[in-house]
Structure formats: C-alpha cells, structure tokens
Write a protein that binds this ligand. Structure first.
Ligand code: WT7
Length: 638
C-alpha cells in the first residue's frame, strides 16, 4: 500500500454532471473553515426549523452545542418536509426481504406509517427524552421505528440483531429503556433467527423494561406475555394517522449507539438532533452526488452507524429513494447483490471492503451475468480498503465508469469526515482523501506535534463539527478522557494515518486495542472478558491478525484454569453467547503462560506478531520470561 501510485480520475461524463466540482469544493471548504457561521447557516437553512437558532456554535471544550436555541425535528425534515415540497409520490424505501418479498413506501406512505407508529409509542407511555431500544432485522419497521422515536423526541438505541442476549441486556440496562422494539424473528442465510426469544431472555436481565413491541416478520407465533408484550400490527394498526412532530431542541438526544472501545464495556455514543441532521444531510448530498431519480443502496444494517446515517437519515433527508435489503450477500448465492442492483436499477452502491473482498474471491464471472449498467457511483466504508479490492470494485462492478468514494468516519463522528468527492477529484486507491466541509484534520504525534507530508502519525480533528458525538451516555468523564484527553485540545480518533503532499489522507487502522473484523468494531478487552467468564479459562489475551477477507481476524491466547482443558468449540460458542457471532475467535492458542513484563503487563505487540505467523521482533528483555514467546510460536492454533 505504501507504494500505491495509481490515480483514477472520474470520467469526463461523470465530472460534467457532478453536483460539486473541484472549484466548488475548494471554495466551500475554505468558507467552511474561515466563515463557519455563515457556511453552516446556509446549509442548515435548507432544512426546516420550528424555531431558528440564536448561535451557530457554542464550544466549551470538549462540549459543543450546535444551532443553539434552535428547535427542529429530524423526522419532520425527512418526511413532512419532503412531502410538502412535492415528493409525496416518490419512493422513499424499496425493501427486499431475504426471501424475495418486496415492499415499497412512498414518502407520503412512509410519513403515514411513522405518524401511526409515533402515536402508538405515545399510547405506550413513551415520552420525549425516554430511551427506546430497537432489536430488529433490517425491515422497513426498523426505519419506521427510528423515525417515530425521532418524531416524538424519544432517543433510540439500536442494537444489531446479531448481538447476543447479554449484549442486548447490557445495552437496555445502560440506557434504562422501558420499551424494546423487536420482531418475532428475522431471516439470515435462509434460517430464522428467533429475536423474540432473545428479547425475552434479555428482559429477564433488564428489570427497567416495561413493554416489548413485537413486529411480525415471520409467522407471528412468538409467545406474548400479557400486559408486557404488544404486537406492532395491533398497536400501530389501531393508531391514528394524524401526528404533529415535536419541536425539539437542537441538542435534544436523537440516538445512542453502542460501540466498542479499547477499555471496559461498550460506550453509548450520544448524537443530538440539529447538528447530526445537518451533517448527514450535507454529506449524503455531496459525497454521493445525489440527484432526483437515483436509487441509492447502502448495504449496512441499521444496527451500525452507517445504517443510521446513510441507510436512513441522510438519504431520507435528501428525498432519495433508498433500497433496503434484509439478508446476507450470499443468499441464495454470491450473485444476490448484483441481482438486487439489476432488479431495482440501483445507481449508487455503498458497501464495505470486507464484502468487496468476498465478492472478489468468487471471481469476475458472477457479476458479469448481471446488468450493472444502472450503477453510476460506488462507495466504501468501515475499514481501510486495499488497492486491489478498490481496483476490482472499480473495474468489475463499476465497469471503469463509476467513481469509487472511500469514506472514512466513525460512530463518533456521525457523518463522513474524509473522502474524495466523486466528480471533483481523482481517487487514489487505498487513500480516503480530503476532509469534508468544516472538518479540520491533522496528523500528530502522541505529544501533539503536527506532522508533515507522508509522515505517519495519529489522526486528529482540530475543531468541533456539527455531527460529532456529544458525550458517552451516562459517562461524560469517559467522553472527555477518550476523545479530548489523549492529545490536548484535539479530537483523538484512535486511527493511525498519513497525509500526502496533495492533502489526501490514508487511514491505516486503529492504534488502540480495537479490532476491525469485517468492518465491525470489537474491543479486545470485551472478548477477553467473555473468554475468562468461561470456567475453563484462567486468563486470556486477544489480538487481531491480518485476514484476506475480514480485514482482521480474532486470535485468542488462553491459559486454561488449573486442571482443566479448553474445548475450542465450547469456547467459541461461549463467546457467541456472550457477545455475538461476530466476536468468535478465528484461532485459539492454548498457552501455558502469556508474555508479561515484570510488572505484569501483557505485551500484545509480541502476540500480534505470533498471531500473524511472523518472526518475533523487538526488545524482549523487559519480559519476565522471554521463553514464553518461543513456546507460543510453536503452539498450533485450534
Ligand atoms: C473505525 C470506525 C464509519 C462507519 C463504519 C465504522 C475504521 C472506517 C474507514 C475507511 C479506513 C476506516 C477506522 C475507524 N474505518 N472507515 N474508509 N478507511 N478505516 O464505524 O464501527 O465506528 O468504526 O472504522 O478504524 O476508526 P465504527
């Protein structure tokens, strides 16, 4: 990747029709930094506010308030506003289930459903400021429930449907949700996942929960607990069709989304109303070059931030037609995405490098069987994209016709921070590119020295931006420490990066103990605590190793409890139960000792080398017993 020199300009045809040219970007970017109040006033002014703001930004480091004193509503802007400007008959959501079922909602229809759902939530006693946890398959009701919460000012907390009972229960408890919205089941790789059974178990562990609202996705035969459980089709079906969106303070919390950090339990990242709305609105429009008639498909599940910002809020705020697909990319075979593109005439496709690499392994023939000529723009997100995967995506999927936008951002940033605007600049495969409007990035050393071109360092943001996280739910001290306490006066992203002489930023990967497995963030500590909670394990250390498809794989070094033996299958099943299948170790190395310093600190650096099958390099003299490394390197993984 260090020697990548290819530069891929957009086609003349794409550039000629693009929403933003290079000159536009340069002028607007300058303005966004030099005259931020005017810049953001113009952008936010394109959306509807029930009360205008008095001040664009109030920055009391590390706390930002954007559009201070303003009142608005994200669901109103996504739906009522678009219907009012004549888009009522435009398709808002085209959904396809894994089983092939298709459901379509125009903006007017989606608005009606969201109003009914908002009324149903209020009838269940949900009020502005309450947290509502969502644990759903990727079905239209997931977006409807999010928007209904936004409409009444309830803060949603979406938990990915692949997470385990205990992960779900932890998140319900942390957010103190009284309502959980789930489904009887969801389809995944042809099988039914019994979400309601998980919800019932989680409810037993989360006494704060009072009600469970259950969408019927499969066969409506879930056991319902009288007084607690309500069918969505009963509650929403009976609800009135009139509902006025609440006027919410710009800083009203829109959602909490849990993500892994390097220490402790997952953090509830808090996003608020006005700034998040403006950030996702602007970036969706600029980065994806949205135009009327586009069929936009972001493959992310709403359980992740990409699904929040770019499957739901950003595109709907822009009046786009969003394709939503419930299932796996290889169901019934690896042609499913291409079938969806052909069938629904997808023009913009946004997916993850791990998916691209999986497709790449299936060869060029499969996508060639489908008509992909509707595509005009491709996007990538979630992890560094290796130039080979980038080139394959561009060549085989995009037919060398579609620009590829590699977008770097995080749950915490709320919206895209770095990318190469498609019609404005040539892309450099493997490099995300330039900062978005208002984003002031730098590459720094640990002690806050700014680095020059091509010097590798830490990626930081030097000033607040509208869609940034506001705090960690219930733990502001952790917010201060993690994001603004590592390097004074800048936002610490946790990623390593370098910037070239043209200003293109290449993000290399995490510099902390966070793994990126198939574009999903996992804390090594989280997996370690899951491992040691198994009776056969005394101690555990988890590291990542490079994986050709997943980006990173999970490698667990485990020390058995005295007199016990470790059963790898049982241990993997245990981790699935504790966290979710995505955290299952790919390799388990049963050790008789871990490489520790004399003060007892595990030297993960050496474990990473061993996991990757490399020669151990570096100073081993601080280790209490360096011979441990030799034994570990000789132990086959199970
Ligand atoms: C981490 C954030 C952004 C939504 C999905 C993931 C990595 C993300 C890129 C990219 C290199 C990337 C970073 C970041 N990452 N996009 N285009 N190039 N790395 O959100 O779960 O909060 O993870 O994903 O390491 O810190 P997330």
């Amino acid at each position: 990747m260090l020697h990548e020199t290819r530069v891929i300009p957009p086609s003349a045809e794409f550039a000629a029709r693009a929403n933003l040219s290079r000159e536009d970007y340069e002028r607007l970017y300058r303005r966004s930094l030099d005259e931020p109040d005017q810049f953001w006033t113009e952008v936010a002014g394109e959306l509807a506010w029930m009360k205008p703001w008095e001040q664009v930004l109030d920055w009391q480091e590390p706390h930002a308030r954007w559009f201070v004193g303003g009142q608005t509503n994200v669901a109103y802007n996504a739906l009522d506003r678009n219907v009012a400007r004549g888009l009522g008959d435009r398709r808002a959501i085209v959904w396809e289930g894994e089983d092939g079922e298709v459901r379509t909602f125009t903006y007017a229809e989606l608005l009606r459903e969201v109003k009914k759902a908002a009324n149903a939530l209020e009838a269940l006693g949900v009020q502005a400021g309450d947290r509502v946890t969502l644990y759903l398959p990727l079905i239209p009701e997931a977006a409807i429930a999010m928007l209904a919460c936004a409409r009444i000012g309830a803060t949603h907390s979406v938990v990915f449907g692949g997470f385990s009972v205990s992960a779900l229960a932890d998140r319900i408890r942390d957010a103190e949700s009284r309502l959980l919205i789930t489904a009887d089941a969801g389809y995944r790789r042809g099988a039914l996942v019994n979400l309601k059974a998980n919800a019932d178990e989680a409810a037993a562990l989360a006494p704060c929960l009072e009600n469970i609202l259950v969408v019927c996705r499969a066969n409506c035969d879930a056991p319902m607990q009288p007084g607690r459980d309500v069918w969505w089709h009963d509650a929403v079906g009976a609800a009135g069709e009139e509902h006025e969106a609440a006027a919410l303070d710009s800083e009203h919390p829109l959602f909490v989304l849990y993500t892994s950090g390097s220490t402790g339990k997952p953090k509830g990242i808090v996003h608020t109303t006005g700034g998040y709305m403006v950030g996702t609105y602007l970036t969706t429009q600029s980065v994806f070059d949205l135009k009327p008639g586009d069929v936009y498909w972001c493959t992310a599940d709403v359980g992740w931030v990409t699904g929040h910002s770019y499957s739901v809020y950003g595109p709907l705020l822009n009046g786009a037609t969003v394709l939503m697909y419930e299932g796996a990319p290889n169901q019934p075979d690896w042609g499913r995405y291409w079938d969806l593109v052909q069938k629904h005439g997808v023009t913009i496709l946004y997916t993850a490098p791990t998916a691209i690499r999986s497709f790449m392994r299936q060869g060029d023939e499969l996508p060639a069987r489908y008509d992909l000529s509707s595509l005009r723009l491709l996007g990538s997100v979630g992890e560094p994209i290796n130039p080979e995967a980038w080139m394959w995506y561009w060549r085989v999927i995009g037919g060398e016709r579609c620009p590829v936008v590699d977008t770097w951002w995080q749950t915490e940033t709320g919206s895209i921070m770095l990318t190469t605007l498609p019609g404005a600049f040539a892309a450099k495969p493997g490099s995300a590119g330039l900062p978005m409007f208002g984003v002031d990035v730098a590459i720094m050393t640990r002690d806050g020295q700014e680095l020059g071109p091509d010097e590798g360092g830490l990626l930081v943001v030097k000033r607040p931006w509208p869609s940034m996280l506001r705090t960690v739910y219930g733990d502001d001290a952790r917010y201060r420490k993690t994001y603004w306490g590592e390097i004074p006066h800048v936002y610490f992203a946790g990623d390593g990066a370098r910037r070239d002489a043209d200003g293109y930023v290449t993000v290399v990967g995490r510099v902390d103990d966070v793994l990126n497995v198939s574009g999903h963030r996992l804390g090594t500590m989280e997996i370690e605590s899951a491992l040691v909670s198994h009776p056969s394990v005394a101690e555990a250390a988890v590291v990542g190793k490079p994986d050709a498809v997943k980006g990173e794989g999970v490698v667990a070094f485990v020390l058995p409890q005295l007199g016990q033996s470790v059963d790898p299958a049982a241990l993997r099943a245990h981790v699935s139960r504790e966290i979710g299948a995505l955290a299952r170790p790919d390799a388990i190395i049963v050790a008789d000792a871990l490489p520790k310093t004399r003060s007892g600190k595990i030297m993960r650096r050496f474990l990473r080398q061993i996991a990757a099958g490399q020669e151990v390099q570096g100073d081993t003299s601080t280790l209490e017993d360096p011979s441990v490394l030799v034994r570990l390197a000789a132990t086959p993984a199970v």
